[in-house]
Ligand binder design. Structure first.
Ligand code: PLP
Length: 218
């Protein structure tokens, strides 16, 4: 089923949208099946689980950390992670930069914005993010590259609300691109199994989809 799900999903996506197959909690065998179908970008939400899967799987996989990041665990992913989506505090940027220096890497990351109604979702609010982007982040954190924004919408089937949240983020993304280097700041990561078509309509160019590919999680 994984192969069929993946093929159907890829066929329905516009060319410019990057699919991250969210494999959290799923076994290595499931990832191998998706890999054999041609999928190379996978998302995990626990650093140690991602590191174990990295060890067990082909090295041309691009690993995305999409979950909440604990600073003391960054060292386990710093050598190999491709994109860290959940930069939700400035101190997290600092911690990621520090570990990137130790690995002699420049690590790509996204700033997470809090767009949902629920308090439980992490991230900067728009004003906080605006003042963050006013700083010379390249100068302060030379070993990380802020490549764009990430957010999770409210868990709801109210489409109007989802559209409002996604379009708000897309507008902020465009505003920010206008004064940052837009060739480097060019990722808008929004949309999951339940809401990715709306997210794409509003301008997402990276979606994180688990259930629709791998089935439900316990
Ligand atoms: C689990 C998760 C997803 C994927 O969720 P599905 O509903 O299974 O597609 C996407 N983004 C984040 C941040 C997640 O934690």
């Amino acid at each position: 089923m994984i192969t069929e799900n993946l093929r159907a999903l890829l066929k329905s996506l516009p060319q410019e949208v990057q699919l991250i197959a969210v494999s959290k909690t799923k076994p290595v065998e499931a990832i191998k099946e998706a890999y054999q179908t041609g999928q190379r970008h996978f998302g995990e939400n626990k650093i140690q689980e991602m590191a174990e899967k990295y060890e067990a799987l082909p090295k041309d996989i691009f690993w995305h950390m999409i979950g909440h990041v604990q600073d003391n665990k960054i060292k386990y992913m710093a050598p190999f992670v491709s994109l860290v989506h959940g930069m939700d505090k400035e101190k997290r940027l600092k911690a990621l930069n520090k570990e990137a220096v130790k690995c002699n890497r420049v690590i790509d990351c996204l700033v997470q914005i809090h767009i949902a109604e629920e308090d439980s979702k992490f991230g900067f609010d728009y004003d906080e993010a605006k003042s963050l982007f006013q700083k010379d982040l390249k100068q302060i954190y030379p070993n990380i590259r802020v490549r764009g924004l990430m957010a999770m919408a409210t868990f709801t089937d109210n489409n109007e609300q989802l559209i409002r949240e996604f379009s708000g983020l897309a507008n902020f993304y465009k505003e920010t691109q206008a004064y940052l280097d837009k060739y480097e700041f060019n990722i808008l990561s929004m949309g999951m199994s339940g809401d990715y078509p709306l997210a794409i309509e509003q301008g997402s160019n990276m979606i994180r989809v688990g259930t629709k590919i791998f089935g439900g999680r316990n």
